[in-house]
Write a protein that binds this ligand. Structure first.
Ligand SMILES: Nc1nc2c(ncn2[C@@H]2O[C@H](COP(=O)(O)OP(=O)(O)OP(=O)(O)O)[C@@H](O)[C@H]2O)c(=O)[nH]1
Ligand SMILES: [Mg+2]
Length: 358
């Protein structure tokens, strides 16, 4: 989801800040401050700010709390005072955590990413990094440097349907993100484009109709499908798929730790398995990070981003990079099998975060 950017006014910096804090909470990030004409020609302070949300149980946000927020707010107040004193209310971004305010060009880039769904705290970090590495101070140079930073963080990996040699790939992830549909897309692409010998396996004995679901796809594509209920079943399926070039394992979408643990144990019966974590891009940044935290210790080595067609805040994908550094193997942008499946390329990933153009 997009973090909302809002403006607040007050007769003086303190009241404007109080308005920001009571609406957006202590974790608000100030994007811009300026002096504007208020009622009866009286000057007012206008603050543009965005919220980080409240009550996030997640430790990253917790670590930003209290002392850093208080000192950030103190800096904001001092800066506003200085601006009002010098009667020069230039746009500034007194950042949540960092000592130095952002330049107007960097603030513009920050706004752009936040408006595209980037989590403010992550955007702030990325933009500051970009400013430090930029060849100049203009928006164009900052954007160029930011693109490079995003390319480093969101790196593409070989898509599952390409590559030399045998691959065994399990798609794991939260419920309903598109694991089964993506398996069908990958299988079809592997058959049509790479002419691979494909076998489908499902270990999803949780959802009613799950094995029929994948079995139906297998039938349509003329691909063998095996249901594995336990480790012995998975070993048997892997033996039956010994000559396949691509084995795709569908898993149950579970979020509770005990069920995830049981599934991880089951997958150990197929030790050559690469686990690709499927994440819906239509999920907000914090939810993405929470999902990654549930899966990261379970041997995941790639991400797959689905539902790009459903999101209006695709820059939320930047959040995946802070939780776990892992390349992205493919993306999907619709329900059509196999059309709505694409390799993750650097230009595409940068475009997700920054949008088209410049
Ligand atoms: N809009 C859109 N819908 C998608 C995409 N990928 C999958 N879906 C839809 O998402 C819904 C759930 O897809 P599934 O493939 O069943 O998801 P899953 O992860 O296997 O679900 P569980 O097995 O229940 O955890 C279906 O309606 C799919 O058609 C996508 O890229 N875009
Ligand atoms: Mg499924």
């Amino acid at each position: 989801m997009n973090a909302s950017v809002r403006t607040f006014r007050g007769p003086d910096p303190r009241s404007a800040l109080d308005a920001v804090r009571s609406a957006l909470g202590e974790e608000a990030i100030i994007l811009k401050t300026r002096e504007v004409g208020g009622f009866f020609g009286k000057k007012e302070i206008e603050i543009t700010a965005t919220g980080l949300g409240n009550g996030d149980p997640d430790s990253r946000n917790r670590s930003l709390d209290l002392e850093s927020e208080i000192s950030a707010l103190r800096r904001i107040v001092e800066q506003l005072r200085a601006e009002v004193r010098s009667n020069k209310a230039e746009p500034r971004i007194p950042a949540g955590r960092s000592a130095s305010p952002l330049s107007p060009a960097a603030a513009a880039v920050t706004r752009r990413l936040v408006e595209r769904g980037g989590e403010p705290v992550i955007v702030d970090e990325l933009v500051r990094e970009a400013v430090r590495a930029a060849a100049g101070h203009g928006e164009r140079e900052i954007l160029e440097s930011l693109r490079e930073g995003i390319r480093r963080r969101l790196s593409p990996a070989l898509p599952p349907w390409r590559g030399e040699g045998r691959r065994v790939i399990a798609l794991v992830g939260p419920p309903g993100v598109g694991k089964t549909t993506t398996i069908a897309k990958i299988a079809a692409r592997a058959l049509l484009e790479s002419k691979l010998k494909v076998v489908l396996v499902t270990v999803d004995t949780y959802r009613i109709g799950a094995s029929e679901h994948i079995g139906r796809y297998g039938e349509i594509m003329g691909v063998p499908t095996h249901l594995a209920r336990d480790q012995a079943g998975l070993r048997a399926a892997m033996a039956a798929a010994a000559d396949a070039q691509l084995v795709l394992i569908d898993t149950a979408g579970r979020s509770d730790p005990a069920a995830l643990e049981a599934q991880s144990q089951l997958l150990k019966a197929a030790p050559e398995t690469e686990q690709h974590l499927v994440l819906s891009a239509a999920t907000g940044g914090r939810e993405l990070r929470a999902a990654i935290r549930r899966f990261k210790s379970r041997g995941v080595s790639r991400f797959i981003l689905t539902k790009l067609d459903e999101t209006d805040g695709p820059a939320s994908v930047l959040s995946v990079t802070t939780e776990m550094a892992c390349p992205i193997s493919c993306v999907t942008n619709g329900q059509r099998v196999p059309d709505d499946l694409h390799p993750a390329t650097s230009p595409l990933l940068v475009e997700l975060a920054l949008g088209k153009g410049d």
